[in-house]
Each structure stands twice: as structure tokens, then as C-alpha cells.
Design a protein around this ligand. Structure first.
Ligand SMILES: Nc1nc2c(ncn2[C@@H]2O[C@H](COP(=O)(O)OP(=O)(O)OP(=O)(O)O)[C@@H](O)[C@H]2O)c(=O)[nH]1
Ligand SMILES: [Mg+2]
Length: 343
């Protein structure tokens, strides 16, 4: 039986094998991913991001337990964009999600992808596709941190959850990174700590400012709002999604059912408004672009001789050229034909 057929028939070893291939071998996973793609498009893809240590894994443990009561099946990916996973981190994730281990309706996987151009978003997207093809109702991607990579991954989800903690500093950090802009649901976890209401009102203010700016922009430019840029409103056309700010205590499960309700409501919202089509297209665009970037760079590197490269470096050292001119000259010598329909 082919690997894909095994995955679809629920073989967990085949699934793990496929994910390892996606994670480690860009080239050889290509054909498999192409076949996997024909079986995708059913799962609700949920991105969970936020500041490190906010309680994302603990929250997901509680949320997934609740989802399992509704018989949802779930694929979970924990991704660290900035560093190689240490064994400790993986172990930590396992401990925090220990209640889920052994449940056949849940599959958990940690992923490490470091440094590769376009590698992270591309391999994460590939892994999501594999889990989608495996038939999970929801695929949840947890990323650590609030940098650009997290924004990229989160904006590839149908529903993005941003997890913060009480303390305005964290929210400022999140706002600066742009992560609030892609949030469909904001969670203030650890609400057993003080100053929850201060954090909530600060976040509400940030969201309101964001929507006001966006509405202003769209009015002046006479264009439809880009749903991924708008705080507080989302959706195709003029329908709106009010970004809820939910307080939770992941360790006790408080607020988790409210979070689940909002997740379901958001999915209903994007499905009924057609927004999900926009998000699916954005996701495909991101995967397509990331594969192009990666392959273009690989091809270019193959066309650039090592000797020539080193000679340019020497010339830079004696100031006969500079990195700026040298890079442009290399590109000028790299022939690419125009791809597209001729007018
Ligand atoms: N007091 C309190 N502690 C919590 C809560 N949620 C999680 N924690 C604790 O916070 C610590 C970090 O929790 P994790 O679930 O690992 O957080 P995370 O956001 O997944 O962490 P990274 O993946 O490393 O970014 C653990 O010790 C949890 O037990 C909460 O609601 N209240
Ligand atoms: Mg975690």
C-alpha cells in the first residue's frame, strides 16, 4: 500500500514517517505532498501563537480534551521557528499534553526547522496538509514567540488564536510584532494572576485603534478592507467579526469552554461569509511563494560557481568591487525567462 493510502487509512506510523520526510527532506517530500494535496481541504486549521510561556500547550491540552468530548479528531503541531527543539522542550510539551497521549483521536508532533530559506512556513504548511489528508477534523499549529515567522504561520490558519498573559508589557510586545493584527481570538491566560482587567482594556484599546486606522485607510483608498489587516473586523465584504478577548486559567480549565465556543463561532462565521475561501487562497499563495523563493535560490546557487563567488569576495577585500554591485552583477548574468501569458 502506498504511504498516502496508509495515512488515509489511519496508519499512525505512516503518518509519523510522512511528517519526518516533510521536516527533513524538502526535495523528496515534494511528490508525496503533491499527492497529499488532492486529499486536503477538509480540516479546520487553527494557529495558536503568543508570548513564550503564556500557557499555550497547557491551554491546548485542556481545549483538546474538551474537543474530544465532542468527538472531534485533532492533529497538533508544535513548531519552534527560532531554534532547534531541544529534547527537553519536546519532553516538556509531552508532559503538558500528557492527558492526550494514548488517545487515538489525537496526534501530537513537535517540529524543528531552522534557518532554511522559506523552510519553516513551507514545511509547516506541508505537515498541516499531511494531517488534513489523514482526516483530522481540526489541525492545530502552536508556534513559540511573536516574531515574523509566527505571524506568517498564524496567517496561514483559518482561525488564529493569540495567547497572552496579564501584564501590559507582553501585550505591547505582541502589538509591536503585529501579531494582534492577525488574531481572530485573543486569550489572556493565567488570569489567576492580578491585573487581568488592565490587560484586557489595553488590548481592547489596541484593537479599536487598529480598526479605526484600517477603516480610515480603506475609506481614503476606497478599497475593501483586507481581513487580515483589520483589528476587530474580519470577513469578506463588509461583514464583521468582533475579535473576542477571553480570559482563561489553563491549569484549571476555566474559560476553556468559552474559547471552544468562540472557535466554533469563528469557523461558522468564516464559512457562512465565504471568508474561508479568501483564507484558503491566501494560504496557497503563501505556500506557492515560499516554494518559489526556496527553489529559485537553490537554482541560482547551482548556477553560481564557487570560484567566481570567491573571486568576487577577494575583489571586495581589495575594494575593486563591493557586495552591492557584485550581487547585482551576479543577478544580471542569471538568465530567467518571463513566465506568463503573452498579451
Ligand atoms: N498560574 C498559572 N500557570 C499556568 C497557566 N497556564 C499555564 N501555566 C503554567 O505556565 C508554564 C508554561 O506553560 P506552557 O503551557 O508550557 O506554556 P507555552 O506557552 O506552551 O510555553 P512555550 O511553548 O515554551 O512558549 C507551565 O508551568 C504551566 O503550568 C495558568 O492559567 N495559570
Ligand atoms: Mg508550548
Amino acid at each position: 500500500m502506498s504511504l498516502i493510502k496508509q495515512i488515509i487509512s489511519g496508519d499512525r506510523r505512516a503518518l509519523a514517517q510522512a511528517l519526518t520526510l516533510v521536516e527533513n527532506d524538502y526535495q523528496n517530500s515534494q511528490n508525496m505532498l503533491a499527492e497529499v494535496y488532492t486529499h486536503t481541504g477538509h480540516a479546520h486549521i487553527i494557529g495558536v501563537t503568543g508570548i513564550p510561556g503564556a500557557g499555550k500547550s497547557t491551554l491546548l491540552n485542556a481545549l483538546v480534551k474538551l474537543m474530544r468530548k465532542c468527538e472531534d479528531t485533532l492533529g497538533l503541531l508544535a513548531v519552534d521557528p527560532s531554534s532547534q527543539f531541544s529534547k527537553g522542550a519536546i519532553l516538556g510539551d509531552r508532559i503538558r499534553m500528557r492527558d492526550l497521549l494514548g488517545d487515538k483521536g489525537v496526534f501530537i508532533r513537535s517540529m524543528a526547522t531552522r534557518g532554511e530559506l522559506g523552510g519553516l512556513s513551507s514545511s509547516t504548511a506541508g505537515a498541516v496538509d499531511v494531517l488534513d489528508a489523514a482526516g483530522f477534523d481540526r489541525v492545530i499549529v502552536e508556534t513559540v514567540g511573536v516574531g515574523q515567522a509566527e505571524v506568517d504561520i498564524a496567517s496561514n490558519a483559518h482561525t488564529s488564536i493569540v495567547v497572552l498573559c496579564p501584564g501590559v508589557g507582553d501585550s505591547v510586545q505582541a502589538a509591536k510584532s503585529g501579531i494582534l493584527e492577525i488574531a481572530d481570538i485573543i486569550v489572556v491566560n493565567k488570569s489567576d494572576y492580578p491585573k487581568v482587567n488592565v490587560t484586557k482594556s489595553y488590548l481592547r484599546e489596541m484593537l479599536d485603534i487598529g480598526s479605526a486606522v484600517q477603516v480610515g485607510l480603506s475609506e481614503t483608498q476606497n478599497m475593501t478592507c483586507d481581513p487580515h489587516l483589520v483589528h476587530g473586523t474580519s470577513g469578506a465584504g463588509n461583514n464583521s467579526w468582533q475579535v473576542p478577548i477571553i480570559t482563561t486559567v489553563a491549569t484549571s480549565g476555566e474559560g476553556v469552554s468559552e474559547l471552544f465556543d468562540h472557535l466554533l463561532a469563528h469557523y461558522d462565521h468564516i464559512t457562512s461569509t465565504g471568508e474561508i475561501t479568501v483564507r484558503r487562497q491566501n494560504r496557497l499563495r503563501a505556500i506557492f511563494e515560499s516554494r518559489l523563493r526556496k527553489q529559485l535560490y537553490t537554482k541560482f546557487s547551482q548556477m553560481l560557481s564557487e570560484d567566481y563567488f570567491l573571486r568576487q569576495l577577494e575583489l571586495m577585500m581589495v575594494r575593486e568591487t563591493d557586495p552591492y554591485t557584485a550581487a547585482t552583477e551576479c543577478m544580471n548574468n542569471f538568465e530567467i525567462n518571463y513566465i506568463g501569458d503573452e498579451d
